[in-house]
Ligand binder design. Structure first.
Ligand code: ZN
Length: 486
């Protein structure tokens, strides 16, 4: 075979292959007779352990509006992290159309570090801190105590741990340094005491020790009085001196709390507020809790019950929805916050917001039997974050909700528990400072934050002792609107 003939044969073969190839591609070039569309997003993120709801897909014939059955292959196992591919198949007349959805089972919940504190523990200046103890657990990884990294920075211990998904938690503890020359005075029962008016104050005790003089508890001088019959805030001062003239002092605050009378049980439907009503006599506190229910909500309800104080819960879908049944029964207002709390979803469009609202509304009804017409926007009505998803949406939604008979509530006292306030003490300070500046306070807290829930008993005690009335929000409450900025 000459070289020329070989080239000709190769060219002819190439042409044949190309022709067959083109023919094969051409058959796929025809419009498939079936149109297959996924319901919902192509990528769905589901939190580990939460339920994945298959939204399915719709297949129709391209030229007629007739439906074609869709076969779904694959499923997401939300008890295991990972990406799950779901395949949707629709066949008609020998043509098959397929579509895919990826379900990402993720863990975005950070581990929880719990510190053990010994109130009698102290560290002498110049000595190393002796650890009082801690545990770390994670919803996915379980016990992570051994992986906690501890570091001392400027007298503060920092404890950090990451779970296997990279969620990091850090908590801190301020080291209780004492001067080795001074006596050490410790109050038993803590620095704050709560008693109901009519009960008598029983001193929980104190311990004074000294490196030189030994046990000095018997020499402690207690000044101040508590009258359990007269409501108010009392301070007792404890002082001890040692043989070299060094002192230690401590203070204990005792709240003698006036008794609250029982309220009327809540009505079946919470109606909207027709306008901004200011309490005529003032001095009213509306405690409001967003983002729950959570693992902290039940003990919050215990505190509210102890003082017969009613509060308002702006709820989000969670694994603790059954707590709402109790909350509603105990006279608290259950109101709408959001179903997903995902700004990018709820503020994507008016329709998306309303669909989310309907979803949480139906859950509230399921657990409480109440249809709530009270709402609070995630981020408040003044949020400008929403403009990244839909310009002007807050202006439209605030009007739309009013037109539909809903009342939305913002707040005028921010505990800042979602910001810089990370201790019960700081939350208490922020809240009481804000309340003291106004007649009617709508206080924002989050019952998803344990330290914020820890502050509630002292906030209630402070409020009741200072003559405030605690109320749950209802149709007669001040609407407390921020100015809309998007
Ligand atoms: Zn929120």
């Amino acid at each position: 075979m000459t070289k020329a003939i070989r080239i000709i044969i190769i060219c002819v073969l190439a042409l044949v292959v190309a022709t067959i190839g083109v023919a094969a591609v051409r058959t796929l070039d025809f419009d498939p007779p079936v149109t297959l569309l996924l319901n919902g997003e192509g990528d769905i993120y589901v939190e580990y352990g939460q339920e994945y709801t298959e939204q399915g897909a719709v297949a129709t014939l391209s030229d007629a509006q007739e439906k074609v059955p869709v076969t779904i292959v694959g499923q997401a196992d939300t008890s295991r992290l990972g990406d799950y591919l779901i395949k949707y198949i629709a066949s008609f007349g020998g043509h098959t159309t397929t579509a895919y959805r990826c379900v990402h089972v993720i863990d975005s919940e950070a581990p929880v570090i719990t510190l053990t504190s010994d109130p009698k523990s102290y560290t002498l200046i110049g000595e190393a801190y002796l650890e009082e103890g801690f545990t770390a657990t994670d919803n996915y990884d379980g016990v992570l105590t051994n992986q906690v990294v501890c570091k001392e920075i400027d007298g503060v211990m920092h404890y950090s741990v990451a779970d296997s998904s990279g969620n990091v938690t850090t908590v801190t503890r301020t080291i209780n340094y004492v001067n080795p020359d001074a006596p050490i005075l410790t109050l038993e029962g803590g620095q704050t005491c709560f008693i109901m008016a009519g009960e008598q104050y029983a001193e929980p005790g104190y311990v004074a020790t000294d490196l030189r003089d030994g046990d000095l508890s018997a020499n402690v001088i207690v000044s101040g009085d508590v009258d359990g019959n007269i409501p108010g805030i009392y301070t007792l001062k404890y002082t001890i001196s040692n043989s070299v003239g060094m002192d230690a002092t401590r203070e204990r605050i005792i709240y003698v709390i006036p008794k609250q009378t029982e309220d009327e049980p809540p009505s079946a439907e919470i109606l909207p507020n027709p306008g901004t009503v200011i309490e005529p006599n003032g001095k009213t506190i509306y405690l409001t809790f967003d983002d729950g229910p959570s693992s902290h909500t039940a003990r919050l309800l215990d505190v509210l019950k102890k003082y017969n104080v009613k509060a308002s819960f702006f709820v989000t879908s969670s694994a603790y929805m059954d707590v709402l049944t109790r909350a509603a029964k105990e006279g608290h207002t259950i109101a709408i916050h959001t179903n997903s709390h995902d700004y990018s979803k709820i503020y994507a469009s008016d329709e998306a917001f309303m669909a989310d609202l309907e979803a949480i509304q139906s859950k509230i009804q399921q657990y409480t039997g109440i249809k709530s017409m009270l709402t609070r926007f995630p981020g408040g009505s003044s949020n400008s974050v929403s403009s990244a998803y839909s310009r002007g949406i807050m202006t439209r939604l605030t009007k739309k909700l009013h037109a539909m008979g809903y009342q939305y509530f913002d707040w005028n006292v921010d505990s800042n528990d979602a910001g810089g306030a990370r201790t019960a003490k700081k939350v208490f300070e922020n809240v009481t400072k804000g309340i003291a500046e106004r007649q009617n306070s709508v206080v924002l807290q989050h019952d998803t934050k344990g330290y914020s829930v820890d502050a509630v008993e002292q906030i209630i005690a402070w409020g009741l002792c200072n003559g405030y009335t605690f109320k749950a929000l209802d149709k007669d409450s001040p609407a407390c609107h921020h100015s809309v900025r998007n």
